[in-house]
Design a protein. Structure first.
Length: 241
């Protein structure tokens, strides 16, 4: 990782796409992409001295509220890529990050963004009196603006299935890992559909945590261009093809 310029801190990483991050068609999985976004944001907060352990010691946790990306081309297994990420301007306790993935020739493959907040470690509430407003570095420039994430429509003529939160799907905060939500959504489409329809984008809103042992209802519908999924009060997601 390289941190460049105190006023515009930049996370950079070059790597070959690993087998563990690919699906059966050798393409980068959407959940692996969200994990990369999270790793970038965590590394930057560590650099600023407000990382996971420091926040836990203060009775706080970092929580992702939204994530979005646009995909021109999914990287494939073994492909060399460059990942860049940086923070935008924080506003009223919302901390935005933006991400780019390029190939060896510098061609843009994926652009993405996410919004993070701090929450009370005990109540997981973002509105408690003990939740501070941090002054993180505020880079200047158009790329640092708060990203726009359009509303996710509710699925119509939907089916409902239930999914149980398993121990192996949880994280250090004791709830479903944010990337696992996207595995749940992608699992709704048949394998053969995925083979012929690589994703072109995704959006997800996280509204309330899903805890181990809970059975979560998923209302979903899809066509050739998108898959919509919503669990009332928990999350909403859209995957585009």
């Amino acid at each position: 990782m390289n941190i460049i310029n105190r006023d515009r801190l930049l996370y950079e990483k070059k790597f070959d796409v690993a087998m563990r991050d690919c699906d059966m068609f050798r393409r980068l999985k959407p959940s692996a992409l969200l994990t990369m976004f999270q790793d970038c944001s965590e590394d930057l907060t560590e650099h600023w001295g407000v990382g996971l352990d420091r926040m836990l010691d203060s009775g706080l946790i970092w929580v992702v509220a939204r994530a979005s990306c646009q995909v021109k081309e999914l990287p494939r297994h073994g492909q060399p890529v460059a990942f860049r990420g940086w923070a935008g301007r924080s506003r009223m306790g919302i901390y935005p990050y933006q991400y780019h993935i390029e190939d060896e020739a510098g061609r843009e493959l994926i652009t993405g963004s996410s919004l993070w907040t701090l929450a009370d470690c005990q109540t997981h509430s973002m509105m408690g009196r003990n939740v501070p407003r941090l002054e993180l570095p505020s880079p200047e420039g158009p790329d640092a603006a708060l990203p726009k994430m359009p509303y996710i429509p509710s699925p119509k003529d939907f089916e409902t299935v239930r999914r149980r939160v398993l121990y192996s799907e949880t994280d250090i905060n004791g709830h479903l890992t944010n990337a696992k939500y996207m595995d749940w959504v992608c699992d709704l489409a048949p394998q053969e559909f995925h083979k012929a329809h690589p994703i072109t984008g995704l959006r997800i809103d996280y509204r309330a945590e899903c805890r181990p042992g809970e059975d979560i209802p998923l209302d979903w519908a899809m066509d050739d261009t998108r898959l919509l999924c919503r669990s009332e009060g928990r999350f909403a997601a859209a995957v585009f093809f």
